[in-house]
Design a protein around this ligand. Structure first.
Ligand code: NDP
Length: 498
């Protein structure tokens, strides 16, 4: 008979294939002790990693990248098995993840090396520098919808900035995290720079409490609030990448075929389980009916299912179907129409495409994240009304604008309250590693990707070096009346005129 202590140590959970509910593998639920031990290992590895400098870290990370790229199909198989997404989508995810490792490792030095800044007129006797130092150990908590691409946006940038990483994947996709850790270990680095710990929400909480130097969280807004509360106990800084309710705006002059193709991809791809997927479409009145007809034809042609070649797969998180169902019910009860599908579109773990029109703006299908293959298409007067409605959301992750007028596209992009806007595409930013990614409001704060993503995982260190004594020395207890008088005069001459 096992005693309680032994039982706690061997607690496990299963990862399942959501298409068949078959058990793929069993993983340990890391408790407080295991998480603390992983962070302690990461802490000692951080010294070695720091000493590698930008050049050494770049070499290791590019080797990591090559090892992943060479074995891309094996990783894609794990992603497909744990999320249920089709093979091509899984491979695309690996491609995108690898691009970020490449960009982060090649751009860390340029972005983070110490640089000289002007000391200014009154401090001309000094030299001034800004430098960036790694935090130390970063805890990364990831979601299941893009179990590689999404956390890699934190992992690659944190590592390239000189931190070590302890990664807690979603309990739905632990195999992806394990695969990555094994791949890192296969490089035979002498220290555990990158580790994966598996478990449930309690493991995530333990990671927040394990004296890490920063938490990078990607997941729902509700969980982000819990994570932030836990981090507040120890004043641990947090970057939070949360959900979205992205709007697509279609102007009267837009190329409708292109807009429909992107709308179909943005709303239905990955079964709508995309943080920056298209959930609301606002179409200018003159082209509204035509757009709806074309979109209806496009989504009706999709073939969702469990095959490797399906248009999209199942709901990875089964209970998400209940949210989709309740939003469809709410929209229909408030006067919306289902022009494609409806409640009958939900069957088992799959949901066929649903298009809702004329949905009141206070419906949950408009106000809350759906995370399913359901999209609302509402008519607006023009682009300005579309912008107004797009901005009337608590979320602010992304948005897209379709117009043939480049100036109108740029103007709309300026006015949209969110972290990223694409013009004449959706999710176009995802393939540009130099673009920072993150949201506002309920979509979170901080940025991953790009130079800002590297800085997100660095602390800023300022340096002022005195070269010679100041001609007007005010930083002394023996300040001369003459120096103060000249300085006061300069104040008025420099700043008090014009
Ligand atoms: P959750 O918020 O449910 O979980 C995210 C992660 O947090 C999981 O690893 C989860 O572990 C962990 N967790 C759960 N509870 C706690 C806790 N109390 N303390 C610490 N960690 C905890 O999100 P999902 O996995 O369901 O992912 C979907 C969400 O992620 C959507 O809202 C989506 O929009 C968002 N997302 C945002 C992205 C962005 O970049 N802005 C990108 C991709 C997704 P466990 O799984 O074991 O419960």
């Amino acid at each position: 008979m096992t005693d309680q202590a032994e039982y706690v140590e061997t607690r496990t959970f299963d990862s399942l294939d959501p298409r068949t509910a078959t058990v793929l593998a069993s993983y340990p639920i890391a408790g407080r002790d295991e998480v603390d031990a992983a962070v302690a290992r990461a802490r000692s590895a951080a010294r070695w990693w720091d000493v590698q400098g930008f050049t050494g870290r770049r070499r290791w990370l590019l080797e990591f990248k090559r090892a992943i790229a060479k074995d891309a199909n094996a990783l894609a198989d794990v992603i497909a098995a744990e999320t249920g997404k089709p093979d091509e989508d899984s491979l695309l995810e690996v491609m995108m993840g690898v691009e970020h490792i490449d960009w982060a490792s090649r751009n860390a030095e340029k972005t983070l090396k110490q640089r000289k800044v002007s000391a200014g007129l009154i401090s001309a006797n000094q030299q001034a520098y800004v430098g960036y130092r790694p935090f130390g150990v970063v805890g990364v908590i990831g979601p299941w919808n893009y179990p590689l691409y999404t956390p890699m946006g934190s992992i690659a940038y944190a590592l390239a900035a000189g931190n070590t990483v302890v990664f807690k994947p979603s309990e739905l996709t632990p195999g992806v995290g394990e695969w990555l850790a094994q791949k890192w270990n296969s490089l035979a680095a002498p220290h555990p720079v990158f580790q994966t710990i598996t478990g449930d929400g309690s493991t995530g909480t333990a990671l927040c409490r394990a004296a890490v130097d920063k938490i990078a969280f990607t997941g729902s807004t509700a969980t982000a609030k819990k994570v932030m509360a836990t981090c507040a106990e120890t004043l641990t800084p947090l970057v939070a990448e949360c959900g979205g309710k992205d709007a697509m705006l279609v102007d009267a002059d837009a190329n409708l075929d292109a807009a429909v193709e992107f709308a179909t991809f943005g709303a239905m791809g990955n079964a709508g389980q995309t943080c920056a997927g298209v959930e609301r479409i606002y179409v200018a009145a003159p082209v509204y009916e035509k757009f709806v007809d074309k979109l209806a034809a496009a989504v009706t042609a999709l073939k969702p299912g469990g095959a490797a070649t399906s248009s999209y797969g199942p709901m990875t998180l089964g209970k998400q179907s209940d949210i989709v169902r309740s939003q469809i019910e709410d929209a229909l009860s408030k006067g919306g129409h289902a022009v494609v599908g409806g409640l009958e579109s939900l069957h088992g773990p799959y949901i066929d495409p649903v298009i809702l029109t004329d949905v009141p703006e206070n419906s949950t299908a408009i106000t809350e994240e759906t995370f399913g293959p359901t999209v609302v298409v509402n008519k607006v007067r023009d682009l300005d009304e579309g912008i107004e409605r797009a901005n009337a959301s608590s979320y602010g992750l992304g948005a897209s604008v379709f117009t043939k007028d480049p100036a109108a596209g740029r103007r709309a992009a300026e006015k949209l309250d969110c972290g990223v806007v694409t013009v004449n595409s959706v999710l176009g930013f995802a393939g540009i590693p130099a673009l920072p990614f993150g949201g506002t409001g309920d979509s979170g704060f901080g940025r991953i990707h790009g130079a800002d993503g590297l800085r997100e995982f660095s602390t800023v260190k300022s340096l002022a070096v005195q070269k010679f004594s100041a001609p007007l020395n005010l930083l002394t207890m023996q300040r001369k009346a003459r120096d103060l008088k000249i300085s006061a005069l300069m104040l008025k001459l420099r700043h008090g005129r014009g």
